[in-house]
Design a protein around this ligand. Structure first.
Ligand code: B12
Ligand code: SF4
Ligand code: SF4
Length: 313
């Protein structure tokens, strides 16, 4: 089979990803050093809380995989993602809670992107391998996205309702773009996220948010991390994570009603989850429903998080 020129390979790649609603950019692998330097500088300047840095930012792999010696580029992909509704019945009352975008399908959707890449690039003699990198600066420097004041990434046609993924590839880069990171123009005249943030994580005096104050920093963690005393229980607005800086953002107006799927737990099942049942103790049907929304791995956080909404377990 004749291998097409790189321009038509890339055109075909964008088309293949676009059919699934994904948008992407390809940058030279030389920018791994830029990504690393940017993060190191913030750390060394004391901009990042030490415990936050050690928990979340110390584990990126700024080198391509050993079995890909010809890696030449990084593909960054934005995948549109909806919210999910979850119903819980307790003491005869049903309460519907939101699961923010990206929790459900967190592994499956990037895996699907990887499979699309394998299917398309493989027969053309190219490879793609998942890359564990700081995804937002990568997306912003590549020109795929702009930052919002809430420090989330916005892509045209998706708002911030998206999951990012990155792949090392051996595709050559002929037109490398690595621009300044940009903030959405609308943010200069808007403070909705800052005002709605329940923990004061979005500051007035600098762009970088105080991630160590973000509700998500606490409610995604293992149960031996109680919610801190300064955190008002009323701040919690979703089962895991938080939606406030996205929900009230005017750029997200077209997407904020986008929900995909509904999963309901009976009173008996809600009781098991509230009381800390382990995954393997649950009946298969309950387990399947949790796993359908990818909460099997987060089952440990559910008793603490559910108790905020059902304080009388
Ligand atoms: C650690 C982490 C968290 C932490 C910290 C979040 C944070 N803001 O750092 C916690 C647990 C709190 C968290 C929460 C959430 N997360 Co998170 N998280 C990550 C992770 C693993 C790394 C993020 C990171 O590198 N932070 C470090 C800081 C230094 O980087 P940064 O946030 O990009 O900050 C940049 C800007 O401030 C910029 N900057 C600074 N000054 C200036 C000035 C100007 C003018 C400009 C333009 C830029 C700029 O420079 C910084 C980079 O050097 C990524 C996955 C990944 N591999 O990248 C997901 C990721 C960022 N999370 C994601 C999501 C969805 C969330 C939540 C929305 C989940 C939820 N609904 O509850 C919340 C959002 C909270 C928020 N407002 O940021 C998505 C973001 C999707 C999007 N649209 O942006 C990601 C990319 C996961 C994914 N695979 O898609 N997350
Ligand atoms: S996710 Fe919630 S707590 Fe975190 S910055 Fe946004 S509004 Fe604030
Ligand atoms: S709420 Fe306003 S300030 Fe915040 S990200 Fe959206 S447009 Fe920007």
């Amino acid at each position: 089979m004749a291998i097409p020129g790189i321009h038509s390979v890339l055109d075909g790649l964008w088309e293949c990803l676009a059919k699934r609603g994904f948008k992407a950019r390809l940058v030279s692998i030389d920018h791994l050093a830029d990504l690393r330097r940017e993060l190191d500088e913030r750390y060394l300047n004391g901009e990042l809380d030490e415990a936050f840095y050690r928990t979340y930012l110390n584990h990126f792999d700024f080198i391509p995989p050993e079995d890909m010696p010809a890696a030449a580029s990084i593909l960054v992909v934005a995948m549109p993602r909806p919210q999910t509704r979850m119903g819980f019945v307790w003491r005869g009352q049903k309460r519907v809670l939101v699961l923010p975008p990206i929790y459900s399908g967190f592994c499956d959707v990037p895996r699907e992107a990887g499979a699309l890449l394998d299917q398309y690039l493989g027969p053309l003699g190219f490879q793609a391998r998942p890359a564990n990198l700081p995804l937002k600066p990568l997306a912003a420097h590549s020109g795929l996205a702009e930052y919002g004041r809430n420090n989330l990434i916005y892509v045209s046609g998706m708002g911030s309702f998206l999951q990012l993924g990155a792949f090392f590839t051996d595709l050559p880069v002929e037109e490398d773009v690595w621009g300044e990171m940009r903030v959405m123009a609308l943010c200069s005249a808007c403070r909705a996220c800052l005002v709605k943030c329940p923990t004061g994580a979005i500051p007035e005096d600098r762009f970088l948010i105080h991630a160590d104050r973000c509700l998500v920093y606490f409610n995604e963690r293992a149960p031996d991390y109680p919610l801190p005393a300064w955190l008002n229980a009323a701040a919690s607005n979703t089962l895991v994570g938080c939606m406030l800086c996205q929900q009230f953002c005017p750029v997200n107006h077209p997407f904020k009603g986008w929900f995909d799927g509904y999963v309901e737990f009976s009173e008996e099942e809600t009781g098991w989850l509230l009381h800390g049942a382990r995954l393997e103790e649950l009946p298969e049907t309950t387990r399947e429903r949790l796993e359908r929304v990818n909460l099997g791995d987060l089952i440990d956080v559910l008793p603490r998080n559910l108790r905020v909404f059902f304080p009388d377990p």
